[in-house]
Design a protein around this ligand. Structure first.
Ligand SMILES: CC(C)(COP(=O)(O)OP(=O)(O)OC[C@H]1O[C@@H](n2cnc3c(N)ncnc32)[C@H](O)[C@@H]1O)[C@@H](O)C(=O)NCCC(=O)NCCS
Ligand SMILES: Nc1ncnc2c1ncn2[C@@H]1O[C@H](COP(=O)(O)OP(=O)(O)OP(=O)(O)O)[C@@H](O)[C@H]1O
Length: 308
């Protein structure tokens, strides 16, 4: 585990402005589907767009964004982009496997597990071993597969279907001594696996409703997405935070995220003050809400896919 070095001159340690940088473009809108591409290709396009929009979204507390590398000293924004793009073939193959198969069963689960592990290998080869998107491959892989099984379905149905896939055992899965598993043992916490198995409640009950509420209240797309991230952070048992900062750190992150929303959200002066304080706390804890970031990408994917 990393230790905080207050003397570090790494730019990510400095809390920077909480305003979107001058000249930053608005997040990309949903990529349109051209008649020349297949449904699995389109779903992979949407998932990669969601990953790139998540990485670009600024100012995110503790996470890699356009301003800095947050609490990470092994990742940059360009690495996140390269990693997201390297995942396109694996996401397309997961959607193809589901479309070809047509229903949920053990062989489909096995195929998705194999493709997911190949996707992780592709990610690690592009990033020279850095875990940029492990949790995102898991969440988005399940969601593209669920979407390919029934492209007209709404977000809640897609997420529930993804949960049914996640509930099946993958006989070929290796049980690594991952950070998530260690935190599960130490604190009895639930993590990425359970979140998927429950049908992504952090996205369906918190992230997506907040995205829609903030848009309806007139917030810009950037602020609506930041509010969605904060709503997920406030509700999630994020094993990335637990691993680096323990239960006390997780409580600080959840309460801090809730305080931004209670102050009116990221678009308001009061909310921005709270957000700045949360960012300083995360940097002091050397913690980053990586699980919430993955679920924001999942939320953006479901938002894009909603009108397929
Ligand atoms: C289930 C996964 C994510 C492993 O989870 P585990 O908690 O053991 O690992 P790890 O500590 O590496 O965490 C994974 C990542 O999940 C994200 N995360 C953390 N907490 C949460 C949470 N509460 N909810 C959602 N995501 C979270 C973080 O980004 C974290 O880095 C997955 O990598 C896996 O088992 N893959 C096997 C291959 C497979 O079956 N793929 C299928 C694709 S459909
Ligand atoms: N913008 C982002 N910035 C940082 N992490 C992100 C971002 N988007 C998604 N993540 C997720 O966060 C996870 C990386 O977090 P982290 O580096 O804390 O995990 P780790 O490699 O398990 O642990 P550690 O780095 O503490 O040893 C990735 O799996 C990734 O999916």
């Amino acid at each position: 585990m990393e230790t905080l070095n207050p003397q570090s001159d790494w730019p990510s340690r400095r809390p920077l402005s909480l305003e979107p940088p001058a000249g930053a473009s608005l997040p990309a809108m949903r990529p349109e589907r051209s008649s020349a591409i297949t449904l699995p290709e389109h779903l992979a396009d949407l998932a990669v767009a969601a990953l790139i929009d998540e990485a670009d979204l600024s100012p995110k507390p503790g996470l890699v964004d356009r301003r800095s590398s947050g609490a990470h000293n092994d990742m940059t924004l360009s690495l996140m982009h390269a990693s997201a793009m390297a995942l396109w073939p694996c996401l397309r193959q997961m959607a193809e496997a589901a479309q070809d198969h047509g229903y949920i069963d053990q062989p489909l689960r096995g195929a998705l597990g194999r493709i997911g592990r190949e996707g992780e290998a592709a990610m690690l080869s592009v990033t020279a071993g850095v875990n940029t998107h492990r949790g995102a491959i898991w969440a988005l892989g399940l969601l593209v597969a669920a979407c390919a099984l029934d492209p007209g379905a709404g977000a809640q149905v897609v997420a529930a279907r993804a949960g049914r896939i996640a509930l099946l055992d993958d006989p070929a899965a290796i049980a690594p001594d991952s950070h998530g598993n260690q935190v599960r043992r130490r604190y009895g916490a639930s993590g990425a696996r359970e979140q998927a198995q429950q049908g992504f409640p952090a996205v369906i009950e918190h992230g997506l409703p907040q995205l829609l509420r903030s848009r309806a209240a007139g917030a810009s797309e950037t602020h609506a997405r930041l509010d969605a991230l904060l709503a997920i952070m406030a509700a999630l048992s994020d094993t990335c935070v637990l691993w680096r900062a323990g239960p006390q750190g997780l409580a600080t992150v959840q309460q801090g995220a809730r305080a931004v929303l209670d102050a009116g959200g990221s678009a308001t002066l009061g909310g921005r003050r709270q957000l700045r304080q949360l960012e300083m706390q995360l940097l002091q804890l050397n913690a980053s809400p990586g699980g919430a970031a993955d679920l924001l990408a999942a939320c953006l994917f479901l938002d894009f896919a909603g009108s397929l």
